[in-house]
Design a protein around this ligand. Structure first.
Ligand SMILES: Nc1ncnc2c1ncn2[C@@H]1O[C@H](COP(=O)(O)OP(=O)(O)O)[C@@H](O)[C@H]1O
Ligand SMILES: [Mg+2]
Length: 169
């Protein structure tokens, strides 16, 4: 259950006895984006098993995970650059870049991104919003620095995450 008490996250087993992660009650924009990603999956984005307007079923990732050294930090950054390029090419602006929204896949030995709650849709040619997301912390931080365009806002948040990682390791 989230802080508002209207959003549930739990583990269920599928027909094959495998556990998967279920996020209940996605917002419309989150559902639309996950649906779009599911049409054309990417190795650095969580794998969806089933999506509808009521729930998102996906693979379980290790979260939180340990970053032991610079090699791990660089791998995470490289994996997230790939995820970000894929999203921007497909008109999706992630914005809420933070380690809380990234998991480790033991099976695939890569980091994967999840949580498209605060992501938006934009036109990659004009860099204009098509469906603007809720303006929460990461979005507002960019606006405070006079950055208003979708790619700029996304870069601002992504670079902050990368800077924090590189300072630490
Ligand atoms: N696929 C997943 N596998 C494992 N844990 C997950 C997964 N998706 C979400 N979680 C856990 O649930 C938490 C909240 O999910 P998230 O999608 O980030 O929702 P919120 O919008 O509330 O941040 C995450 O920080 C993570 O700990
Ligand atoms: Mg989250």
């Amino acid at each position: 259950m989230d802080k508002d008490g209207n959003f549930q996250i739990s583990n269920f087993k599928n027909y094959f006895g495998e556990y998967y992660f279920r996020k209940i009650g996605p917002k419309k924009i989150e559902y639309n984006i996950c649906w779009q990603i599911n049409q054309n999956p990417h190795p650095n984005i969580v794998k969806f098993y089933g999506i509808n307007s009521q729930r998102l079923d996906m693979e379980i990732l290790d979260t939180p995970f340990d970053i032991a050294n610079e090699t791990d930090a660089i791998k995470l950054i490289e994996n997230m650059v790939c995820a970000r390029n894929y999203l921007l090419d497909n008109g999706i602006v992630y914005i809420d870049w933070k380690l809380d929204n990234i998991g480790w896949s033991t099976k695939d030995q890569v980091f994967k991104l999840f949580d498209f709650d605060l992501a938006g849709l934009f036109n990659p040619v004009t860099n204009q919003w098509v469906d603007e997301p809720e303006k929460l912390f990461a979005y507002k931080s960019a606006v405070e620095c006079n950055i208003f365009d979708p790619i700029g806002i996304d870069s601002f948040s992504f670079n902050k995450m990368v800077d924090n990682l590189l300072v630490q390791y």
